[in-house]
Every structure is written in C-alpha cells, then in structure tokens.
Design a protein around this ligand. Structure first.
Ligand SMILES: Cc1ncc(COP(=O)(O)O)c(C=O)c1O
Length: 417
C-alpha cells in the first residue's frame, strides 16, 4: 500500500518511545516477529533462532518448542508443523545465563526471540543483567510487556535490542503491528538488498501499513497508550497486587503474585518462578477453571488464560467514588453512578450472582460502559473484570481486544473524510 502521512507520525512516536530509529509495519505481532526473524537470518546467514522455554510469540512456527527432560521437542497442540522445530530452534530456560551462553557458542543462532519478561506462562521477571548477554542479534517482543510503560520494558530498563516488536494493543483493536531496528541493522539490510528482488523477500504484505492501521496506531499512541494512562493504571495494578498478596497471606495459601507495570497475576506456587518451567509447573488446570467459574458466578470475568489482571485506564476505583455522589450518600452505596459526580461508569450490565456456565452464558449480552461496546461473555473480546472495587473494561489500552471509543472517534472521521 502507499504510505500515509500517519506512518511518519507513528514512526516518530515509536522512535521516541523505544529509541530505535527505523520502523516497518505489519498486521499482526506474529508477522512482525516472523519478519524480524527473516531479517536476522538474512543478515547473519545463520539458520536457527533461540527462544525461552514456555514462551509464546504468536503463531511463529519456530517457537512451538519446549524442553522435556532437557530434550527440545515440538510443543503439545502444535498443529501441522512444517518442520520439526528442534531443527530450527534452540530452547533454553529463562534466567539461565550459562545455558544461554552455551547455546549461542555454536554460532548457528541468528537471533534470540524473547519477551523481556515472560508473560504467557504467568509473569516471570528477568534477573538483573540477564538481557545484557550477547552473542547474536536480539529481538525483543514487547507485545505484552508494553504494560511496563509507554516505552515498554525496553525503555523502563534501558535495554538495547537489535529489533523490537510491538503488536496487538498498538492499534487499539484494529489489525496492526510494528517492528523497529537499529541503524546498524538498517545498514546491513540495505547492503543486502536488490531492487529486482524486493517483491520476493517473504517480508511485508499487501495490507501491511495500510491507512486504517496507521490511523488507528496514531490514535492509540496519542490518546490511549499515554503516560497519563499508565500513571493511572500502574498504581491500580500495585493496589491490586498488594490486595491479592494480603489475601494470599491471610489465608496462608502457597501462592504468589507478580506485577509488571499495569499487569499482575497470581500463580499457584509458593515461590516466585524464575523460569518458564517453574511457572508452568505451578499451573493447575482444574483449580484455574474453578477460580474462573467461581469468579464468573460473582460477576467477575477473568481473562481466558491463567489469572491475568489489567486495570483499564477507565476503571473506576471505589476509593475515588465512595460517597462521592448524592445518591451514594443517600443510599450508602459504594457502586458508582453513571449520572452523578465524577464517575462516568455505572455498574456493568453483567449477570448477577447466579450466572450459569454453559450456553446461557454465551447469549448474555455484556456492556462495556466506558466504550459502550456490546458483546457476549464467551467471545474473546469480552475481557471484563470486576475485582473488589475495580471494574476492568474491555477497552483496556493494554489488551485492546475491542475497538476503544477514542480510537474509533478519532479514526472514523478521518477515514470517511
Ligand atoms: C508476546 C506475544 N507476541 C506475539 C503475539 C502474537 O500476536 P498476534 O496474535 O496478534 O499475532 C502474542 C499473542 O498473544 C504474544 O503474546
């Protein structure tokens, strides 16, 4: 597609946030990862990539690999792999510096594809200095770790990746992703490029960088994923984490809770996990299902996998609203009112205390009050939590699984115009 002016603004904003000078666009984080991997292979001439055990980077073929008794093999549930990932990929445990260095010694790894902190098996934070290890190119996938702040974990911790991938929330629910790289990488690409071959490269796509994607990215970066939003979300996540930690301590549960910026998760293990295996071993499928169902029956919908909690910028917080309004003072209610006082949100139109799990749940409409988006409980867009004093809406900038109202309002007129 021909570039729009939004590409310039978005590129400049990404430069500012992440400190990388060159940016390209894709439609999904998976594609942004795949394209970065291809470029890394192209530049280094090396065949393999390295990932961390129990990582997730979208549907990147090479990444569906796990260590089983120290042997790397295809992950269970990997549908129709084109080749055995053990051929294409090295896999080591997160935070195991010695294993990482050993795997890189063979000089056959084109790049390490890593989330700065694992987030797809619960949250596993890196130990200090872990990402300083080098020996190949590094792709940091910030698709989830953007929850650390407007410049992701990279900026928060001054990391220096060769490539940086940012998808999903970047366009507020419209398909879009970006990958950035250093000036050295850009020079290597330029040195190896033939004009005649540029349409064959396996990178890009007809709609990559289309005008709608870019307009949505611009609106999201300017209006949703802002410093102000993080300044509001991170303290809420801190408060949530403290509350959950207190609950765990009060009931003497062998669980832990970990926070990364505006995202937090509890895990069914007494110690904070250091790597993917420890986090994965702490998962308890039945207990997790039970917790989700228990919460759902009390009007709380947790995210579909493990126990992720992410306050939305538009959450209400009972502390700010308690007794704020006339009717609340009259009735003693701690629920916010949509029409009075400062609060824009009313109690969500979720089922009361007796939601049935099953087909009836699917047909029950759900209203995200901040953005007015109507959906159904069982659809993946219905990310709603109502956690003691918080209502987490589906328009959380972190997850952005539905179109945020600010993105729609800002994009639609310009698209029509
Ligand atoms: C860290 C990470 N990278 C990439 C992806 C892939 O995103 P998409 O499904 O938009 O391609 C995901 C999806 O959950 C992810 O968690």
């Amino acid at each position: 597609m021909l570039p729009s002016e939004d590409a310039i603004l978005v590129g400049e904003e990404l430069q500012k946030r992440f400190g990388l000078p060159y940016w390209q666009f894709a439609l999904t984080a998976t594609d942004a990862n795949r394209f970065s991997i291809r470029l890394a292979r192209h530049i280094t001439g090396r065949p393999k990539i390295l990932v961390f055990n129990w990582c997730y980077h979208g549907t990147v073929d090479e990444s569906f690999i796990t260590l089983s008794g120290g042997i790397a093999k295809a992950r269970r549930g990997n549908i129709g792999p084109p080749v055995d990932p053990a051929v294409t990929t090295s896999v080591v445990e997160f935070n195991d510096l010695a294993a990482l260095e050993t795997a890189l010694k063979n000089e056959d790894v084109a790049c390490v594809l890593a989330e700065p902190a694992l987030t797809n098996v619960g949250i596993v934070l890196p130990e200090p200095g872990y990402h300083a290890a080098r020996g190949t190119l590094m792709i940091l996938d910030e698709t989830h770790t953007i929850c650390a702040g407007p410049g992701g974990y990279t900026r928060a911790e001054n990391l220096e990746p060769d490539f940086l991938v940012f998808g999903k929330p970047i366009a507020g629910g419209v398909p879009g992703a970006a990958y950035g790289f250093t000036a050295e990488i850009a020079q290597c690409i330029t040195d190896r490029q033939n004009l005649e071959d540029c349409d064959t490269g396996g990178i890009g796509g007809t709609l990559a960088g289309n005008a709608l994607s870019l307009a949505a990215m611009r609106a999201t970066l300017q209006k949703v994923l802002t410093q102000d939003a993080f300044d509001r979300m991170i303290p809420m996540a801190e408060r949530w984490t403290e509350g959950v930690a207190k609950g765990i301590a009060d009931f003497e549960l062998p669980w832990t809770v970990t926070r990364l910026g505006c995202r937090a998760e509890y895990l069914f293990a007494p110690e904070t996990p250091r790597n993917g295996t420890e986090a994965h071993d702490a998962m308890d499928f039945e207990l997790e299902r039970f917790m989700h169902l228990y919460a759902m029956n009390r009007g709380i919908l947790l995210t579909p996998f493990h126990n992720i909690a992410m306050p939305s910028r538009d959450c209400w917080d009972r502390r700010f609203h308690q007794g704020n309004t006339k009717s609340q003072r009259r009735t003693g209610s701690t629920r916010p009112s949509a029409v009075e006082g400062n609060c824009r949100h009313q109690p969500l139109d979720v089922a009361g205390p007796s939601v049935q799990f099953g087909p009836s749940l699917r047909s029950r409409p759900f209203l995200c009050e901040p953005c007015g988006f109507k959906t159904f409980f069982a659809t993946p867009t219905a990310i709603l939590c109502n956690l003691r004093g918080y209502e987490l809406s589906c328009c959380s900038p972190q997850i952005s699984l539905c179109l945020c109202d600010s993105v729609v309002k800002s994009v639609a007129p310009r698209m029509v115009g």
